[in-house]
Design a protein around this ligand. Sequence first.
Ligand code: GLN
Length: 467
Amino acid sequence: MTSLADPVPGGRPGEPGRAAALTAELTERGVRGIVLAYVDTAGVTRVKTVPTARLESAVTRGVGMSPVFDTFLADDSVVTTDVLGGPDGDLRLYPDLDRLVVLAGQPGWAWAPVDRISQEGERHPGCARTFLRRTVARAAERYGLAFRAAIEVEWAAGLDSAPPGEFVPAVSGPAYGAIRQVELGDCAADLLAAFAAQDVAVDQVHPEYAAGQFEVSVGALDPVAAADRSVLVRQTIRAVARRHGLRVSFAPAVSAEGVGNGGHLHLSSWRDGRNLHAGGERRYGMTPEAESFAAGVLARLPALTAVTAPSPASYLRLRPSQWAGVFTAWGHETREAALRMVTGTSGRADQDANMEVKPVDLAANPYLALGCVIAAGLDGVDRGLSLPEEITGDPARHGPDEAAARGVRRLPRSLPEAVEEFRADEVLRAALGPVLADAVIAVRLGEAAAVAGFDDARVAAAYRWVY
Ligand SMILES: NC(=O)CC[C@H](N)C(=O)O
């Protein structure tokens, strides 16, 4: 286990000088408190907040929080593993000062992601952010690889004045329609201003397919920063929307029917500043290593689903022909393939080429999802895997025999099915380590048990407002 003697990026205990200077600057800017955020195993963002004057103390000594949240469910009940879930113990939350942002959509507040560290100064084996950082460091040390990642964020805008628990779309009009853009225009403009003030590089914001649905795509960063950014983007959307009388849902399925909210993950692997997904001799410019990386991800998609689609509501979204990518297939710019090779505009492939993993939603803990996808890719590199034949069109149109002949499988249709795949996956479990792997299994089975006997509408309702 790593100790605090190793550098903790950002919130380095023993950096009181930096924290003091920052405290003065934040106070000057009218920041009253800092939101300290992390994402639990179930995918719920949990926070503590401290007054700005306590930042220095938070940076040097951390802020207490029980480890019990590692096995919290989305409905705030608790399951247990051999080592997690009891009432004992405490952890310290250390804010990462490199990622501290003054929140433009929540005047008076700043925000920072945290690492969770034991009272003795050991890294907590259940800390998802530490897991992702460890995975990225392993890729650098062992393979000389670095990554760039971005997580798309889809959300449904509902009226805050709707009866509690209900979703009433805040905008009307067709998918991708100008009507929706006009109806959300003031809020979207404030959102763009908030993102700009927070240094979140936005590629685009647009009305999406489902009722009240929008999407924002942001620029790629190193994986830990990309996961942090995904949490910050949601905090920002929620806060700005609220000031416009809107309530937002990032749930995989806001309603039982129709297209859901995805959290597609874009990832490229790099060596020595070169994008390995461009300029290579394999299909669509992939280098052999990028192809093996992609093939490793493709091979493990059924087990990855337990991490990337972690909610019972995820399986309302993961249905064929709804752009969620529910078959183990890859293609070039193919919207129904679980793995889509994106080559970008001609002339920019060396910057833009990446792979998009679609069966990912925003119930997923972004640190666990990115770390597990990277671990799967690295295993593909280890094994020198090649990609099978690509697909075009919707795999759903193939009968079972043809699909089997092409090696195309439907991803798990339920959380318990996904858990069975995950349980059998030694590579993912080893990457996570036993504490986190057991937490994933216990929490997923707990979520499945919590909705046993529910019909689809009740499942959608149970998770509509928690992520
Ligand atoms: N444009 C899109 O890619 C839509 C994605 C879709 N909403 C999903 O659930 O993944």
